[in-house]
Design a protein around this ligand. Structure first.
Ligand SMILES: [Zn+2]
Length: 390
């Protein structure tokens, strides 16, 4: 059978990299994804990795993932690997499906059962017609988004730590997909998925685009191991390995300038004197600029007396306290939230000073919260603001 598998969101270190709690979603989802692929391949199936590691917005990343997924045909299932995040108390595993299709329900339920057999609570199968990554796929496959466990749950995180790695979860997901019991890994020692992930990171190889064989080749080159068909060259001359054929035509659609980020940078300059270059790139100065906007808003709204240094320290933390802004309110903190969303590439339909929390901001905020596994309540509270400044 043919399958596509991908880790959700951008890679860690890029914008739109998903939720974070006791661990980071985009780090662990990629490890789990590698393990799922390993077990499906071990069972003799063909698997296409459709992970996308960066993009100008969350929706652009989802579009790029689907473009990859739709390159293939006769696919049995498309599996999207995520970690959930809510309030620290919610825990367990759930699978989201788009339609009531019986085969999709059954496969999703099997995945939930297999993961819960490792100790996670089975939260069951949920029908979610709002998830973009489950819509508009026409390769014949069942579409399932696996919310493997909650990255902000101590309970789930302890279980994940206790089982030592991503391997057991990847195996459980593969077993759920295939509806059978897979053989335990034969090799003792470190688990291959984790090793692959660490090697890719160490060698600065974009996760998702390369196979273990390519990692091995790169490593051989780095170590100067000669072989007849490998040209020996130092690793720092060309750290990027050749891109597999199937991915080549996917690299045209990266837009260098993100208009929302660029406008956000200009608003940040006007609001908090950030001195940002409006280049539309979310780098460390832009992230600090976003923090300056929050600091400025806290000073204006609550006389917090913060230095606009762009660093989120204990003084900023206690000034923010449990302050929040919601629809109908007019505050400088609304201005800051509007700018923060723009700096994340979103469009809140205007920035005012002081900000007026209207429908444009409300809808934009809910989209951001959904994209980032936050409680989608349309209220900019502590969790949302702290997600926006990172
Ligand atoms: Zn996610």
């Amino acid at each position: 059978m043919n399958f596509t598998v991908h880790g959700g969101h951008a890679a860690q270190g890029n914008a739109f990299s998903g939720a974070s709690g006791l661990c980071s979603e985009s780090v662990e989802d990629r490890k789990i994804k590698e393990a799922v692929i390993k077990y499906l391949k071990q069972a003799g199936h063909t698997v296409y990795d459709c992970t996308v590691d960066s993009g100008p917005s969350q929706s652009a990343i989802i579009t790029a993932i689907k473009r990859k997924i739709n390159l293939y045909s006769n696919v049995t299932a498309n599996i999207s690997i995520h970690l959930n995040c809510y309030n620290g108390n919610a825990h367990g595993t759930e699978c989201c499906i788009y339609s009531d299709n019986e085969a999709a329900k059954q496969m999703a339920q099997r995945i939930c059962s297999k993961i819960s057999s490792l100790g996670f609570t089975d939260r069951g199968v949920k029908k979610r017609t709002d998830l973009g990554v489950l819509k508009g796929i026409y390769n014949g496959g069942i579409n399932i988004l696996v919310e493997t466990f909650f990255c902000d749950s101590q309970n789930d995180f302890n279980l994940y730590e206790k089982m030592g790695n991503s391997d057991a979860i990847g195996k459980a997901i593969a077993e759920g997909i295939l509806n059978n019991q897979l053989a335990a890994p034969t090799e003792n020692g470190p688990n291959l998925a984790d090793v692959t992930y660490k090697l890719k990171q160490a060698l600065h190889i974009t996760p998702g685009n390369v196979t273990m064989q390519e990692v091995t080749e790169t490593l051989k080159q780095a170590l100067g191991i000669k072989s007849d068909n490998t040209i020996k060259k130092p690793i720092n001359v060309d750290p990027k390995p050749s891109v597999p054929q199937s991915n080549i035509n996917l690299n045209h659609n990266t837009k260098p300038l993100n208009q929302n980020i660029s406008l956000g940078q200009q608003h940040a300059n006007n609001f908090a004197g950030c001195g940002l270059n409006p280049d539309g790139i979310r780098g460390s100065k832009t992230i600090a600029g976003g923090i300056m906007c929050v600091q400025n808003a806290l000073n204006l709204d609550y006389n917090s007396n913060l230095k606009l240094d762009g660093k989120w320290g204990p003084k900023s933390e206690s000034a923010l306290s449990s302050h929040y802004v919601k629809k109908g309110e007019t505050q400088y903190l609304v201005t800051a939230v509007e700018i923060l969303l723009m700096l994340k590439g979103y469009n809140p339909s205007g920035v005012e000073s002081p900000g007026i929390f209207g429908n444009g901001l409300y809808n934009c905020l809910i989209q951001y919260q959904k994209d980032n596994c936050l409680a989608a309540d349309g209220v900019a509270g502590t969790n949302t603001i702290k997600s926006l400044i990172h």
